[in-house]
Design a protein around this ligand. Structure first.
Ligand SMILES: [Zn+2]
Length: 102
């Protein structure tokens, strides 16, 4: 018997996923996923792991929302004002690990 947060951590340990993927797999609302992610970010830190955020990206001009620290998806692109923005994706990794390779 696992809590929702433990299930999300397990999913994100397996592979990177977006909030929508998680909401569909666990049948919870996307907003709830973001709430859980905020807690997960802190709770995994005590287990020598971290929540890695793959930033949102504009699908129209390829702008990457790199400096944004927020977990939730941005509404529109600050550069081209486009609204087709790829969701940020999340992964739980060992805190000591660096780089993007897997
Ligand atoms: Zn753009």
């Amino acid at each position: 018997m696992y809590t929702i947060r433990q299930q999300i951590i397990a999913l994100l340990t397996e592979e990177e996923r977006g909030a929508r993927d998680i909401s569909q797999i666990l049948r919870i609302r996307e907003k709830e996923v973001y709430d859980h992610l905020g807690h997960i970010e802190r709770s995994v830190a005590s287990q020598d792991r971290k929540l890695q955020v793959i930033p949102a990206r504009c699908l129209e001009c390829s702008y990457v929302f790199g400096s944004r620290k927020r977990l939730t998806k941005p509404g529109r692109c600050p550069r081209c004002k486009g609204e087709h923005v790829a969701d940020p994706r999340y992964r739980v990794v060992e805190a000591g690990r660096t780089g993007e390779g897997s």
